[in-house]
Design a protein around this ligand. Structure first.
Ligand SMILES: [Zn+2]
Length: 321
């Protein structure tokens, strides 16, 4: 009897344990899908809100600029009717002011302190231009991918340039539609409208919904009438990361030459493990195109160094903290 009683106790303990395990399993089986459902519902709601916002933006753009764009695209596809000379375009936008923010490289990381590969990101601002094709040819020749922070140029002759940047596998970033400081930095609303106009223009032209931005003049431009932090939070809400630079070719400075551009880039790359190089793709920047092949050769010859385009994994270099 006593033995049987002990056995019963052991069994009832086992049964209790089993019951508890089953209860826990049932509870988990109910709770986990419930949690997943709640998370998915929240995500769905957020995505839906974004989708509705994008649809509204697209509608706003089509109503406001749709006619202009369809002319540009149809002319571009038919081989292109040049509607404005490069000079006229610059006159229209008030000329592309210089990107003048100076970068303090005194805090450059010591490469000896950091293990691993050096990443070099070549970035071209202000395009497309009469030189975009030549720049793309050079990049292709050296099998290098770069990043283009482009502006909005509603001229059919540039349609193919926007498309080729994407087709060749480069990253398409935004650099404001108008590049007019006096306009885009006059108010938060003006900045937002310019931003939306460019983003949708690029989407309609290339099918890319761009996610990277470079402020004209950099985030430390000092000319914005709006606190740049406000513009940053707008970009963040739009799922956009902005990139400044830590190396400048200084190809927008008077008196620059092929040699000075080469030195400004190649001498500074060894100072960083993570180099975001500012260059320009513009009609008055011939020296940049001339310097590019030697710049690429020199960087490629450096140990443990790769040239890559900006992606979601690229750490941003930002002047304004
Ligand atoms: Zn610029």
């Amino acid at each position: 009897m006593a033995v049987g009683g002990r056995k019963d106790k052991v069994y009832s303990k086992k049964i209790k344990r089993l019951r508890r395990a089953i209860l826990v399993a049932v509870a988990a089986a109910c709770l986990i899908p419930t949690c997943i459902c709640v998370i998915l519902a929240i995500r769905y709601d957020r995505l839906n809100a974004k989708y509705e916002q994008s649809t509204a933006d697209l509608e706003w753009y089509r109503q406001k600029y749709g006619d202009e764009l369809s002319i540009v695209l149809s002319e571009g596809q038919n081989g292109g009717t040049v509607r404005a000379a490069e000079e006229d375009l610059n006159a229209e936008t008030g000329g592309f002011e210089q990107d003048y923010a100076e970068v303090d490289t005194s805090g450059a990381q010591n490469p000896e302190d950091i293990e691993g590969t050096r990443y070099v990101y070549l970035t071209f601002d202000d395009g497309p231009s009469i030189y975009t094709d030549e720049i793309l040819d050079i990049l292709q020749e050296f099998d290098v991918k770069a990043t283009f922070f482009v502006c909005g140029k509603p001229d059919s002759k540039y349609v193919e340039a926007y498309k080729r940047i994407v087709e060749d596998g480069h990253t398409l970033g935004m650099h404001s539609y108008s590049h007019k400081y006096s306009d885009i930095y006059s108010s938060k609303e003006a900045f937002e409208e310019d931003f939306k106009k460019l983003r949708i223009f690029l989407y309609e032209t290339t099918g890319v919904w761009a996610n990277y931005y470079r402020f004209p003049g950099g985030s430390s431009n000092g000319v914005s009438h709006v606190n740049i932090k406000e513009l940053e939070s707008f970009l963040e809400d739009s799922d956009v990361t902005f990139y400044d630079w830590n190396i400048s070719a200084k190809d927008d400075k008077a008196g620059n030459t092929k040699e000075s551009i080469y030195a400004n880039i190649v001498d500074n790359v060894p100072k960083f493990k993570h180099c975001i190089v500012l260059m320009h793709d513009a009609a008055d920047k011939r020296s940049t195109v001339d310097a590019l092949p030697d710049v690429i050769k020199a960087i490629k010859a450096m140990d443990d160094t790769v040239i890559v385009p900006i992606t979601d994994n690229t750490l941003p270099v930002q002047h304004i903290k």
